[in-house]
Design a binder for this molecule. Structure first.
Ligand SMILES: Cc1ncc(COP(=O)(O)O)c(C=O)c1O
Length: 372
């Protein structure tokens, strides 16, 4: 099967990680200084020998209860026994696809979509269907989308709930809305049709690889079986550390702090874009880690990335986020999450210079092509 992701992007981005001078607006990684190193080390020290033992495929009871309780607070009547602990949200998506899309040919996805989902759905043989077309399953990030950083409009969600297909609801960034208003998940309205996916990767750290899946009740056994077949169970050590951490720390307080932390970075990026790159269209993010910037320029966005790297800044090219894989019009994801606010203006100034250089070169090539 043809890979969706362009290997040139991987090569360029790996090279840029090795170059210390490059300011990164790429990757969409959480800021490492937010990782609670000491608290996690303390939690690790308190873990008992069962942290190194096998466990059940569905995951540890206390963790499942924690997830269920948070969902209940948002209006979903979820019991702990419906929660399956996974190795990150990515695995939860995969299990949802394996058991919920066995008879689906296509999946409806946002126009600008998390590339890990697009790559997974395509690799599992699902046709990627554009937002407005019908399909038997839909993938949606209702509260905060990656890459746009905004919520899906309510009428679109209502239309989705009125349909009769399955919905994969990815709430990876829901708790990182800057205003702290986390609405009820779709799961609360249609538990019989929603596969709900969540993760600690964005709110705590991705290295632990702990996420979860809530399936409609009738898929519960199939989900456990799928998990057992893939890897028996989620990592016990990571689950125990997390359980202990959550018992010893105020997670709600952490979320409040994180929202402020990322909101400050988002505001710095927005200011820099308005000042340095006013020709680029974007919507001010409401949460999450990134902004989706669309230009009127044409050409190869991987070439644009190569140009940006020469100017000392990296971004994620738009083609990875488009179900069609199209490069045009040139767009890119700008992640504010891992760059300190005081570096944002410089990063965008470099981006603006790279963009002007790319646009000039592209126009020059086009003129030459027409002249031949
Ligand atoms: C929208 C979305 N869903 C899922 C994931 C995967 O998260 P995890 O690290 O929990 O596998 C990501 C990671 O970037 C994401 O952005």
């Amino acid at each position: 099967m043809r890979e969706r992701l362009d290997s040139r992007i991987d090569r360029l981005q790996r090279r840029c990680v090795a170059e210390p001078g490059v300011l990164s607006l790429a990757g969409g990684l959480p800021a490492p200084q937010t990782f609670p190193m000491e608290a996690l080390a303390h939690a690790l020290g308190r873990a008992g020998s069962d942290a190194l033992q096998y466990d059940w495929p569905e995951g540890r009871e206390a963790l499942r209860a924690f997830v269920a309780e948070r969902l209940q607070r948002r209006g979903a009547s979820v019991e702990a026994d419906q929660v399956l602990i996974t190795n990150g949200a990515q695995q939860a998506l995969d299990i949802a696809v394996q058991i919920g899309c066995r008879h689906s040919r296509g999946i409806r996805v946002p126009r600008a979509c998390y590339p890990g989902a697009l790559e997974l759905f395509a690799a599992r043989g699902l046709q990627l269907v554009s937002e407005d077309a019908p399909a038997d399953t839909s993938y949606v990030m209702p509260v905060v989308e990656n890459p746009t950083g905004i919520a899906v409009p309510r009428p679109a969600l209502d239309a989705l709930l009125q349909g009769d297909g399955y919905v994969i609801e990815d709430d990876a960034y829901a708790e990182l809305r800057f205003d702290g208003r986390t609405p009820p998940p779709l799961l609360a309205t249609k538990p019989e049709r929603v596969f709900y996916v969540g993760t600690f990767s964005k709110t705590l750290c991705p290295g632990l690889r702990v996420g979860w899946l809530v399936t409609p009740r009738r898929f519960r056994r199939a989900a456990r079986r799928a998990k057992r077949l893939i890897d028996l169970q989620a990592n016990t050590l990571a689950q125990c550390v997390l359980e202990q951490y959550l018992a010893e720390n105020d997670f709600e307080q952490r979320l409040t702090w994180l929202r402020r932390f990322y909101a400050e970075r988002a505001a710095a990026l927005v200011r820099a874009l308005r000042r340095r790159l006013p020709s680029v269209s974007f919507v001010e993010p409401e949460g999450g880690f990134s902004v989706w910037a669309v230009t009127e320029e044409r050409g190869d966005d991987v070439e644009f990335l190569a140009t940006a790297l020469r100017y000392g800044v990296s971004v994620d090219p738009g083609r990875d986020f488009r179900p069609s894989g199209d490069s045009e019009p040139i767009a890119f994801r700008l992640a504010f999450s891992s760059l300190p606010p005081e570096r944002m203006d410089e990063a965008v100034a470099r981006l603006a210079r790279a963009f002007r250089s790319f646009a000039r070169a592209h126009r020059h090539t086009e003129r030459q092509r027409r002249a031949v």
